[in-house]
Design a protein around this ligand. Structure first.
Ligand SMILES: *[C@@H]1O[C@H](CO)[C@@H](O)[C@H](O)[C@H]1NC(C)=O
Ligand SMILES: *[C@@H]1O[C@H](CO)[C@@H](O)[C@H](O)[C@H]1NC(C)=O
Ligand SMILES: *[C@@H]1O[C@H](CO)[C@@H](O)[C@H](O)[C@H]1NC(C)=O
Ligand SMILES: *[C@@H]1O[C@H](CO)[C@@H](O)[C@H](O)[C@H]1NC(C)=O
Ligand SMILES: *[C@@H]1O[C@H](CO)[C@@H](O)[C@H](O)[C@H]1NC(C)=O
Ligand SMILES: *[C@@H]1O[C@H](CO)[C@@H](O)[C@H](O)[C@H]1NC(C)=O
Ligand SMILES: *[C@@H]1O[C@H](CO)[C@@H](O)[C@H](O)[C@H]1NC(C)=O
Ligand SMILES: *[C@@H]1O[C@H](CO)[C@@H](O)[C@H](O)[C@H]1NC(C)=O
Length: 576
């Protein structure tokens, strides 16, 4: 009895002495879904995370951290078209790179990313729909270290490796969601890409789409962690365990181990988790989540959250509930990763694209960029990026196909609830009707709002005179939308011939405001139109903010020059 009291007292004292951390979710705000993270002591005690990128290129962003608080983009595993030419030809916005698993093999000193390129326009039962891939790197701080992937023929997705102590590699994955065959396992020879026969491991607790599996070994048990319920409202994390890797697996009686905190919670759709241990041996989980606006919109899409996990010997895990402001295991003191190619994930950004500037790894394109269309500081146009217009606008011929001559669009992720994004445009070389350059908040070809400067004929006169107009257009398949053309106004007479600054801000938690001003005269800024966040609440990706140039289907192209690219994060709304 006395001993028991003593132990209880001691536990309380230890807990009080432990300097628990407070931190904020999401740790990777904006379009960073399906997270997978590891901790690598031998690489200067660094955490590395990978997330999904779908049709955005460069893809598979790798973020690194020393303290689990500041995450810096250090490379993109998919950064050269020749690594995966097919990404440039895919149809349908839900195609491209789905979930990745990142792992490190100490004995080989190699980082692995297992992932799947999905051709989502093909029928569910078509084996060609899935192309499973393994990327390798010895230095994830450098794009060029990521090689051409090895392909293997598993006709499913969400592949995750598990190496036995003897080095044998097994891979868990899942089949297409309509074919309810649950989580699969098979042996894989990475040298040849040859696969052993796949066998069924666990079918989950009955939720739809059992997927996102990972295996962990602890205390002589194999723990299988999966996602169920689909990546929407019913999303959850469930566990099973077995004494042998191949099963039989027994589900935990108190599943799910992690899901949203009820319909009122700010963080929703929580699932697709991965587990790792920190420097002190404490466990953490990352998972995907969305932040619901007051109208149920979440244009930033699926983001990465972090939650502490208690995992006692021989016991099941206890996951912390997910909030905006979190308390968890003690953190290492704050320190930044002083390596790698990119910036802190939610850093403010400004560039005037001075001579010699190289577009960093945060800049993305929709599918592959057409080489030469994004020249920095061209002669006569110093301090700007030349956008050579594409014939296709951001919607394109059918809203779902790769356009032959590309879609000229340079963008970065939206990573704050409230932000201020502005770019200056020089449109002196614009000559023909329907030539257009502007800014867009863009999810995919069928979900975007654009504010363009466009040449239109003067409709009140019988002349061929072309007059620059501001035009807000948008497209969405979400049934909240009235008209594809939201506003057309003439550029004010005394602004003509000047450089113009176009901007996008979150005017409140449900709407984007698209605005314009003459460069250097912010006081004159006017809002041209609004876009509804619900219109971008669709699919698997999240909003990008960028600049485009198009001739809207006409042959004659032109160049627009953009500069003074500025993104300022104003506020991260995370609920109570
Ligand atoms: C999962 O369900 C499929 C289809 O009903 C079945 O063939 C398979 O044996 C099940 N797997 C397990 C481990 O129970
Ligand atoms: C510290 O955090 C861990 C993990 O969330 C939790 O189990 C523990 O109770 C916390 N301790 C205190 C004193 O809050
Ligand atoms: C390890 O990280 C610390 C903290 O960021 C840094 O000061 C140090 O230079 C790093 N060491 C190496 C070898 O990169
Ligand atoms: C359009 O043409 C009319 C008639 O010539 C002229 O009065 C008006 O200023 C023109 N509008 C613009 C925007 O140039
Ligand atoms: C424009 O031209 C049409 C046909 O040539 C004519 O009927 C109309 O009156 C003209 N309008 C103006 C404003 O000049
Ligand atoms: C948000 O802004 C839009 C555009 O100005 C407006 O229509 C809407 O009423 C605003 N919503 C709230 C809750 O203020
Ligand atoms: C960038 O901003 C500065 C200061 O407002 C302005 O003088 C310059 O013209 C801008 N550059 C371009 C290319 O718009
Ligand atoms: C895109 O371009 C086509 C013509 O190629 C045009 O019909 C369509 O209205 C444009 N849509 C948007 C939203 O840019």
């Amino acid at each position: 009895m006395i001993l028991h009291i003593l132990i209880t007292l001691l536990t309380i004292i230890i807990q009080v002495l432990a300097k628990n951390s407070t931190y904020q979710n999401p740790i990777l705000p904006g379009f960073h879904p399906d997270p997978s993270c590891i901790f690598v002591p031998s690489k200067n005690n660094t955490y590395f995370c990978a997330s999904s990128s779908f049709l955005v290129f460069p893809g598979i962003p790798i973020h690194a951290s020393h303290d689990l608080q500041t995450f810096q983009l250090v490379s993109n595993a998919l950064n050269r078209p020749e690594q995966l030419p097919a990404l440039g030809t895919t149809k349908r916005a839900t195609s491209g790179i789905w979930a990745s698993t990142i792992r490190y093999r100490e004995d080989e000193d190699v980082f692995y990313v297992f992932t799947t390129m999905v051709f989502d326009d093909l029928p569910k039962e078509d084996g060609g729909r899935f192309d499973c891939l393994v990327f390798r790197s010895r230095d994830p701080f450098d794009d060029s270290s990521w090689g051409v992937p090895t392909h293997f023929g598993f006709p499913g997705y969400d592949v995750s490796p598990y190496w036995e102590e003897n080095g044998r590699l097994f891979v868990v994955g899942t089949y297409a969601w309509q074919v309810q065959q649950g989580i699969q396992i098979f042996e894989l020879d990475l040298g040849t890409g040859e696969m052993g026969e796949a066998r069924s491991l666990w079918n989950g607790t009955g939720g739809s789409a059992p997927e996102g599996p990972h295996v962990y070994k602890k205390d002589g048990w194999y723990y299988l962690l999966i996602a169920e319920g689909g990546t929407g409202a019913g999303h959850m994390v469930t566990m099973a365990r077995a004494r042998s890797l191949l099963g039989p697996y027994e589900g935990y009686e108190h599943n799910p181990v992690l899901t949203n905190g009820g319909p009122q919670a700010y963080f929703q759709n929580i699932g697709h988790a991965d587990l790792f241990q920190d420097r002190r041996g404490e466990w953490w989980a990352v998972a995907l989540s969305v932040r619901f606006g007051p109208d149920g919109s979440y244009p930033m899409g699926r983001e990465t959250i972090l939650t502490p996990v208690s995992w006692e010997e021989n016991e099941w895990q206890v996951f912390g509930k997910v909030f905006g402001t979190m308390s968890g295991w003690e953190f290492d003191s704050e320190s930044v990763v002083e390596q790698g190619m990119g910036l802190v994930v939610d850093a403010d950004f400004f560039s005037c694209f001075e001579n010699g500037y190289v577009l960093g790894p945060e800049f993305v394109y929709f599918r592959f960029p057409v080489e030469g269309n994004y020249g920095v500081s061209k002669e006569g146009h110093e301090n700007s990026v030349q956008l050579i217009s594409s014939k296709s606008n951001l919607t394109g011929s059918d809203g779902r196909s790769a356009e032959k001559e590309g879609q000229t669009f340079l963008a970065r992720r939206q990573v704050h609830s409230y932000f201020d994004f502005k770019v200056d445009f020089d449109i002196d070389e614009m000559k023909n009707e329907e030539q257009e350059a502007g800014v867009s908040v863009f999810l995919d070809q069928l979900h975007h709002y654009d504010l363009g400067i466009v040449l239109l004929s003067n409709s009140t006169a019988n002349s061929s005179e072309l007059v620059p107009h501001f035009r807000v257009r948008g497209i969405t398949t979400v049934p909240t939308f009235a008209s594809p053309t939201l506003a057309v106004v003439r550029v004010p007479q005394d602004w003509r011939g000047q450089k113009l600054s176009l901007g996008i801000t979150a005017s409140n938690l449900t709407h984007y405001a698209l605005s314009a001003a003459p460069v250097g005269n912010e006081a004159e800024r006017i809002v041209i139109g609004w876009g509804n966040g619900l219109g971008l609440t669709w699919g698997f990706t999240g909003a990008l903010l960028g600049a485009y140039a198009t001739s809207n289907g006409r042959e004659e192209g032109f160049s627009a020059y953009v500069s003074n690219w500025s993104y300022v994060g104003k506020e991260q709304v995370v609920g109570s």
